[in-house]
Design a protein around this ligand. Structure first.
Ligand SMILES: C[C@H](O)[C@H](O)[C@H]1CNC2=NC(N)=NC(=O)C2=N1
Length: 128
């Protein structure tokens, strides 16, 4: 499997786009092991990772860094900041209601962002 970091998200407005199967998703996930594979109430597969930030404002700064990456890739994660300090990012491809390679590319690139400055404990750097 090619290095996700060397790839770029592709436009996902194509009608023939279909979500990957769980087996394929599990294979891709080996490259982004900090992300869990989850299914929502409608059975839509997503990637999810959690962090704890130092302050609420740092949470928003965290989002801003992720947002610039998302804009550059034209692929947009769901960003949650709950109970002031708890961040959850979920990735799926809305256009097809499931996971595509784009989600794994973005996950790999988020993992490489220098986010330590925002995080509450160094132990949480690897997620909490
Ligand atoms: C043309 C462009 O690729 C699409 O509008 C993108 C924008 N960002 C997106 N982000 C996500 N997460 N899912 C999408 O289907 C999606 N579509």
């Amino acid at each position: 499997m090619e290095d996700l970091l060397l790839k770029k998200c592709v436009p996902c407005d194509k009608k023939d786009l279909s979500p990957m199967r769980e087996e394929t998703a599990n294979r891709f996930r080996l490259q982004v092991p900090k992300w869990e594979l989850v299914s929502d109430d409608h059975g839509v597969m997503k990637l999810r990772r959690k962090w704890k930030v130092k302050t609420f404002l740092q949470g928003l700064e965290f989002f801003k860094v992720v947002a610039y990456l998302a804009q550059a890739e034209d692929h947009h994660p769901d960003l949650h900041l709950v109970d002031s300090l708890n961040i959850t990012i979920e990735l799926c491809t809305h256009a097809c209601g499931g996971l595509t390679e784009n989600d794994f590319i973005l996950a790999a690139k988020i993992d490489k962002l220098p986010l330590q400055q925002f995080l509450r404990h160094m132990t949480n750097f690897l997620s909490c």
